[in-house]
Design a protein around this ligand. Structure first.
Ligand code: NAD
Length: 358
């Protein structure tokens, strides 16, 4: 049945894709974002701002009941969205990611919204010792090692406390995402490696190559959001990914090198500049998702690396690397630049005349 869905963060890496997919399935979409980042990549069939959506340009911290008028379901994506970015300003990260989320949810609940789908992260698991790796399940101990991951965990608890017969909350602990989007990010593992291999013909390792992460393709992730929006799913926490898609950094590098060789017949150099003791390393079990709902995730990492190389080839020429001049591919660089240019307040509020436009 068609729903009226509000998507916060609709101009983000995931939001651009999800708004379009939900709209194509017949839902009516209200998009909500403060446009921290611009459109920067061409993905056939997708746009930075999905066509004909009811759009509100506003900070998530300022949402009021009237923003949710007529809305059945909220998908909450807005926020500062990775570990290094969250460390840029601890107080503001908590303000946007925790205060913004909890206030938004309480306004939504007061307005009569029935369901909230929250985009959390597997980074809440933080760290598992490399000599004794365990696959984290939903109920396993959490050990967030960044402000970003902590904010996700605090939100999960606060949102869970809001569940009642009239308000359901589905929490998706997502694996690290990869793949193309009109708001492209090169600060995500696979996207970053393909970028570096494409432009520099090399992959540089900045941290221990044996650290582990689960990975998920962006369209697969969007399809899980769709499934959770459209179906009567119990108000619980779900790890989102596939158990077979837990990779070490070096596993991913091997696949990227293989894909470049297959596509161009050329080798990619590997360089080691390890100066960053990134403590994050986690293997995650997705048994709950697989057992409850079957095979929602279909795409393989290797095939998608090949697909990403093709889409790089249509967006860029190998001798002109726009990510050197356009900060928007890297969330942290972009926000630092906008802060330095006076386009954001110290609380990361967009000075509206400067909201990024497509
Ligand atoms: N990309 C991943 O690998 C990944 C993995 C796990 C979870 N997540 C979560 O999914 C969500 C979306 O991630 P993404 O990769 O699309 O991130 P993104 O940074 O591309 O998108 C976030 C969007 O939120 C908007 N936003 C930020 N602060 C806001 C504010 N104060 N008010 C209104 N809008 C605001 C930004 O303008 C942006 O469009 C985030 O909550 C992120 O933590 C992402």
């Amino acid at each position: 049945m068609a729903q009226r869905i509000l998507i916060t963060g609709c101009n983000g890496y995931i939001g651009c894709m999800l708004s379009k997919i939900l709209q194509e399935r017949g839902h009516s979409i209200r998009g909500f974002d403060n446009r921290l980042y611009p459109e920067n990549f061409h993905v056939p069939g997708y746009a930075y701002l999905s066509k004909d959506i009811d759009y509100i340009l506003k900070d998530v911290r300022d949402m009021t009941i009237s923003d949710f008028e007529g809305i059945n379901t909220v998908v909450h994506l807005a926020g500062l969205s990775n570990d290094p970015l969250g460390d840029l300003n601890d107080r503001v990260t908590r303000d946007i990611n925790v205060y913004g989320t909890v206030e938004m949810a309480s306004q939504a609940k007061k307005a009569g919204v029935k369901k909230l789908v929250f985009s959390s992260s597997c980074s809440v698991y933080g760290f598992s010792p490399m000599d004794n790796p365990v696959f984290f399940e939903e109920q396993s101990a959490k050990n967030p090692v960044s402000t970003y991951a902590e904010t996700k965990l605090v939100c999960e608890g606060a949102l869970t406390n809001m569940i009642d017969n009239d308000f359901s909350v589905v929490i998706m602990r997502n694996a690290t995402v990869y793949g193309p989007s009109p708001r492209m990010r090169f600060d995500l593992l696979i996207n970053a490696m393909v970028c570096s291999a494409f432009f520099d013909k090399e992959i540089v390792f900045y941290s221990n190559t044996q650290v582990k992460r689960p990975l998920i393709n962006i369209e697969d992730l969007c399809n899980v959001f769709v499934f959770f929006v459209e179906n009567d799913v119990p108000s619980e926490i779900y790890n989102i990914g596939r158990t077979i898609d837990n990779f070490s950094i070096s596993d991913v590098a091997v696949l990227v090198c293989k894909a470049f060789y297959e596509r161009f017949g050329k080798d990619i150099r590997l360089r080691y500049k390890i100066d960053d003791a990134d403590p994050r390393s986690y293997l995650v079990s997705f048994k709950k998702l697989e057992t409850r709902f079957g095979n929602l995730i279909k795409q393989s990492v290797y095939e998608n690396i090949l697909a990403l190389i093709e889409i790089f080839s249509t967006n860029f020429t190998p001798d002109h690397n726009p990510s050197l001049t356009d900060t928007s591919f890297y969330s942290i660089r972009h926000l630092c630049r906008r802060l330095a240019n006076g386009e954001l307040t110290p609380d990361f509020r967009v000075i509206q005349a400067t909201a990024e436009r497509s």
